[in-house]
Design a binder for this molecule. Structure first.
Ligand code: GTP
Ligand code: MN
Ligand code: MN
Length: 364
């Protein structure tokens, strides 16, 4: 056992109890584990996928670079299989298992297909079973595609080119400008990975609200129609608000990720910036727009800042440790039988009895 041991001694069991910066010292290890997590997800093994994701997340929160497995000590959340992978990467620089996965036809095809906007694991899996292997196959065999998938395929290259922070900010300004036309005083907040400090992302997540509750109703469709009329939208589908407080909280473990805000999944047409888009003049960018009434805004902001794993852990912590139900709308205390209101993210952490974790430390 080295002098560093054990690195993970003081590691808290839930990711929402830890600080996880964007940059960490164990990239090769987390990449290997996340590849296995992804591959397990591709075969529908959610439990196995989560186990690898948890292990990777623990390594991201370590204060230094791991050089031997023993340094980990009896860390929570790193199982047998993950330890083997870690050991292989530490000893040989690579894990044979991971390399085999990366080269496998199944993994590569699933990866290719799930990178199409609107294609999830189930659809990709079906196509794979049917013998489809390439994007050309999809076209040549006249595979039935939804309107969303057609747009995804049409803009495949752009949508799989990282969105730069500057691009995300321009889109934020475009939306802000449209919002001001219809509802002065409303705000537009950049959430998602960019709020966690990521320099680029796969999309732009924007949260809309207004300081007076109720004024935000109907805003989204006006904003989207106007942007559309300006030729700025290549694709969109919207969903109306279906949240009703009087229904009470969703049962824990029910709908995990989806919320019921008025929202719009879209593809924007962004005028080229700098040399990258100059050749063609514009670039397709995925944008998620979500509208929250001000009373739910802190919950929406917390829910839409991520990371996905941080969110999952917050909800698990709330349920298991506090008997509370947290979602992107509210926090409900099942022992007191009441909703716990919050005016800020800080207050939500307080209700949960958690130390506040700033967005840049939520990269679990
Ligand atoms: P990149 O976009 O790849 O940079 O990462 P990201 O962390 O921004 O991921 P993404 O845009 O997929 O999601 C941003 C956050 O919003 C994540 O924490 C998700 O958990 C959350 N999120 C995504 N879709 C939904 C949804 O339908 N409902 C809720 N409540 N949250 C969602
Ligand atoms: Mn995002
Ligand atoms: Mn998103």
């Amino acid at each position: 056992v080295s002098a560093l041991a054990p690195l993970g001694q003081q590691m808290a069991p839930y990711a929402c109890q830890r600080r996880t910066p964007l940059l960490h010292s164990n990239q090769p290890l987390t990449e290997a584990l996340e590849t296995l997590a992804e591959d397990a997800g591709f075969s529908g093994s959610e439990g196995r996928s989560l186990a690898f994701t948890r292990a990777a997340s623990v390594l991201k929160a370590l204060p230094g670079r791991l050089s031997a497995l023993e340094e980990l000590g009896p860390l929570p959340g790193i199982g047998e299989h993950s330890r083997r992978v870690i050991q292989d990467v530490l000893e040989d620089g690579v894990s044979v298992e991971v390399e085999r996965v990366k080269l496998s036809e199944r993994y590569r095809t699933m990866k290719l297909f799930t990178k199409i906007f609107g294609v999830g694991v189930r659809t990709a899996s079906r196509w794979y079973q049917e013998g489809l292997r390439t994007l050309v196959d999809l076209q040549e065999r006249n595979t039935k595609l939804t309107r969303q998938q057609q747009a995804g395929l049409r803009h495949y290259e752009d949508l799989n080119t990282p969105v730069e922070r500057g691009e995300a900010e321009s889109i934020g300004r475009m939306v802000q400008e449209a919002v001001q036309r219809f509802l002065p005083g409303a705000s537009v907040t950049l959430a998602g990975g960019f709020r966690r400090g990521k320099p680029h992302g796969h999309d732009v997540d924007l949260l809309l609200t207004h300081p007076e509750a109720g004024r935000e109703a109907g805003l989204l469709s006006r904003v989207v129609s106007w942007l559309d009329s300006q030729g700025l939208i290549l694709y969109q589908h919207s969903q109306e608000n279906s949240f009703a407080l009087h229904e009470g909280p969703e049962p824990p473990g029910g709908r995990d990720v989806l919320d019921r805000f008025e929202r719009c999944f879209s593809i924007f047409r962004l005028e080229a910036q700098g040399r990258l888009g100059a050749a063609r003049g514009w670039k397709a960018v995925r944008v998620d727009l979500v509208v929250a009434p001000v009373g739910q805004f802190p919950f929406a902001l917390l829910g839409w800042t991520g990371s996905r794993h941080f969110e999952r852990e917050l909800r698990r912590f709330a349920g298991h440790e506090r008997k509370m139900v947290l979602n992107s709308h509210t926090l409900y205390d099942t022992r007191l039988n009441l909703f716990l209101p919050a005016a800020s993210e800080e207050e939500i952490f307080q209700h949960l009895g958690l130390e506040y974790v700033p967005p840049t430390q939520r990269n679990a």
